[in-house]
Write a protein that binds this ligand. Structure first.
Ligand code: THU
Length: 158
């Protein structure tokens, strides 16, 4: 038998700390995308902003539905929109933010399991790590790759 621990390297920033301007813009875009959220049921507005290798930023907000499972998270709205608009352009980062009644939430928002799996697929597709910025008004956390949030994730090798 062998036991081992997995260590997840997380970088934490205070909200007033200066990040590279492109990541500042990305986080701002994630907050701005909260207004694109349609969340009549949870009232929890999530915004995501995807950074492409060419510098373009693509935003999405969570979209809920009366048939609850039909709803989709902000991350996948932004990611799939980016991938379908620019199928040849790698994704290099995503920022996620949330608000309730227009007030940014204190805690960072972490992507759900389905979004982690979708981001993992995107990393594999373009063979490029995706930085994940998880923003809250009290702190911002960042991992260098979605693999840090989905260790031992499903990969398919023939
Ligand atoms: N949600 C997201 O958009 N992203 C996440 O990472 C977690 C949850 C959405 C789904 C639903 O519309 C609302 O937040 C409440 O769960």
């Amino acid at each position: 038998m062998n036991r081992f621990n997995l260590i997840i390297p997380v970088t934490e920033y205070s909200p007033d700390e200066e990040l590279d301007s492109i990541y500042m813009d990305l986080i701002k875009a994630a907050y701005s995308a909260c207004s694109a959220s349609y969340a009549p049921f949870s009232k929890f507005n999530v915004g995501a902003a995807v950074l492409l290798e060419n510098g373009e930023i693509i935003e999405g907000g969570n979209q809920e539905n009366t048939a609850y499972p039909s709803g989709i998270c902000a991350e996948r709205v932004a990611l799939f929109y980016a991938n379908s608009r620019c199928p040849e352009t790698p994704v290099t980062a995503i920022a996620i933010a949330s608000s309730v009644s227009g007030i940014p939430c204190r805690k960072p928002v972490y992507p759900c399991g389905l979004c982690r799996q979708s981001l993992l697929q995107c990393e594999q597709r373009f063979r490029k790590n995706i930085r994940v910025f998880m923003a809250g008004s009290e702190k911002i956390q960042m991992v260098e790759s979605i693999k840090d949030l989905l260790p031992l994730g499903f990969e398919f090798e023939i």
